[in-house]
Design a protein around this ligand. Structure first.
Ligand code: ACM
Length: 504
């Protein structure tokens, strides 16, 4: 019985198998063509199978909207020696089932080159599979180190294999702005490049002397969104505000609290003291940027950062202090919530849901979906306030932390080791949550901040197999460490077939 990652809700295997070969055709119900196309695309390099559509096809793909029990992403897969059926209530369910079919085949099916002599056998099975959490995410920081969109497509392919639903793309930060904005071209022209990068963790005294830069085109990002959607993955953009904006301030100093000052795109790591001003021009800027972001990214959720925003500049700025008084705020620190409140309102008015990083779980405007990262207890704090919550607890989901204390591990974020077992054990729902509160926890996601991560190989070394564990936990719930470990051993052959340079 093949070991699937994530583990299906129910799977019973029987003897016998269904063979995919040159004669196999697909019988497609209404709305099933995109899933068939994905199956062909994924299997073609290794198998060369054409999987043409035919009314007589013995492999059926169908939608049944009446199967509400399968929700948005669930599917039923029935495999007999002479017929196979993949059924879902919604198109995304079919896409999830396609990834299961892929994993049921021999691992060679995932290779990117022809595998002559391999028989493409699917074991007879009855599988019913519905995820525990809708939000199973992976965040990649392309601001600290840029990656070309060709790599982002491979990254998405690997997410889809693990039934990850959200690709959180961290597009802007102090050290780089990667999203082109027509109304503000200098964001990428100036903000997309820094002269060098700090060597070692925040606070170290040495720099590498190597310029770093890059930005996407609008067409590249729109193409990535479509590519991901074809695989059932939503790309959620993140545009940081009102902190983590040094690259934007280097491009447009008038957005800051001291417009006379010129700043460079930051070359250091850590928390930068320079933040956006709170004058009307800044809010207009943010709305214009987000208008363009919404044009490119149909994601219902738009992330606006919000964390690590020092308020000293506001306390020292006459204009910011006047803004606080005019808004009836008790002090300049309260401008943080006020600012994000205005941005959140704007997104809601445009039919989107604002998302922010929580410092405590109790500070973001109530219409925000909250990502808790500092402390596991913040998930409950945020849920009690009524926020939908995504658990991004750093000690269990930050993949920029080393995965073991072996001194040979590559440079990593200092602090705790985040090992595979810790990721696998992390339940996004706090133990003491009652059903109402538990229902507000949308799920969990992995974070890969890239201060120390410059290459795709390094990204994959840090991401796999830890993302397999997170995906398993978020889709399947608590399956137990031993069960996961056994399945992962077999799953590793799939990662190898795909050329993933994973951690041993
Ligand atoms: C974060 O780690 N800055 C959310």
């Amino acid at each position: 019985m093949p070991a699937l990652v994530p583990r299906p809700t129910e799977a019973a295997f029987r003897s016998g198998h269904f063979t995919l070969d040159a004669d196999t055709t697909l019988r497609l119900g209404a709305g099933a063509e995109p899933a068939a196309e994905l199956l062909r695309t994924l299997l073609a390099p290794a198998t060369g199978l054409s999987l043409r559509p035919s009314p007589e096809g013995r492999f059926a793909l169908a939608l049944d909207p009446g199967r509400g029990d399968l929700c948005e992403e669930g599917y039923v897969l029935t495999i007999d020696p002479d017929a196979a059926l993949l059924l879902a209530a919604r198109p995304t369910g079919l896409l999830r089932g396609i990834q299961t079919i892929r994993q049921l085949l021999p691992p060679q099916a995932l290779a990117q080159a022809p595998q002559p002599g391999t028989r493409w056998l699917l074991p007879c099975a009855d599988i019913t599979d519905v995820p525990r959490h809708p939000w199973r995410g992976a965040m990649l920081d392309v601001a600290r180190h840029f990656q070309p969109v060709s790599y982002l497509r491979r990254y998405v392919d690997l997410l889809a294999l693990h039934k990850i639903s959200v690709f959180h793309l961290h597009l802007t930060d102090d050290q780089g702005w990667r999203m082109p904005v027509t109304a503000y071209p200098k964001l990428t022209e100036i903000g997309g490049h820094r002269t060098e990068s700090q060597k070692g963790p925040a606070g170290s005294a040495t720099f590498d002397g190597i310029p770093h830069g890059g930005a996407y085109t609008r067409a590249e990002l729109a193409g990535l969104v479509r590519y991901a959607a074809d695989r059932g993955v939503t790309v959620m953009p993140e545009i940081e505000m009102p902190g983590h904006v040094r690259a934007a301030l280097a491009a447009y100093p008038s957005l800051g609290n001291r417009p006379e000052r010129t700043l460079d795109v930051w070359t250091s790591w850590g928390v930068c003291e320079t933040v956006l001003g709170v004058h009307d021009e800044v809010l207009d800027f943010c709305r214009t940027v987000l208008d363009e972001v919404m044009d490119v990214f149909p994601s219902p959720y738009i992330h606006v950062g919000g964390e690590e925003c020092p308020t000293a500049e506001w306390a020292h700025s006459i204009a910011a202090r006047e803004r606080a008084v005019a808004q009836g705020l008790p002090n300049p620190e309260a401008l943080h919530g006020w600012f994000l409140g205005r941005i959140g309102e704007f997104l809601v008015r445009n039919g989107r849901r604002p998302v922010g990083w929580a410092e405590t779980g109790a500070e973001l405007p109530l219409d925000f979906t909250v990502m808790t990262w500092r402390d596991a207890a913040h998930t409950l704090t945020a849920a009690r306030r009524g926020h939908p919550v995504v658990s991004a607890y750093h000690r269990a989901t930050y993949l920029d932390h080393a995965q073991s204390d072996d001194p040979n591990e590559p440079p990593a974020q200092p602090g705790s080791v985040v090992d595979l077992r810790t990721v696998q054990a992390h339940d996004p729902v706090p133990e003491d949550a009652d059903p109402d509160l538990a229902g507000r926890v949308l799920g969990t996601q992995a974070q890969l901040w890239t201060e120390f991560v410059t290459t795709p190989d390094h990204i994959e070394y840090l991401t796999y197999p830890r993302l397999c564990a997170l995906a398993d936990r978020a889709w399947s719930g608590a399956t137990g460490w031993a069960d996961f470990r056994i399945r992962l051993d077999e799953h590793t052959a799939r990662l190898d077939a795909l050329g993933v340079r994973h951690h041993p």
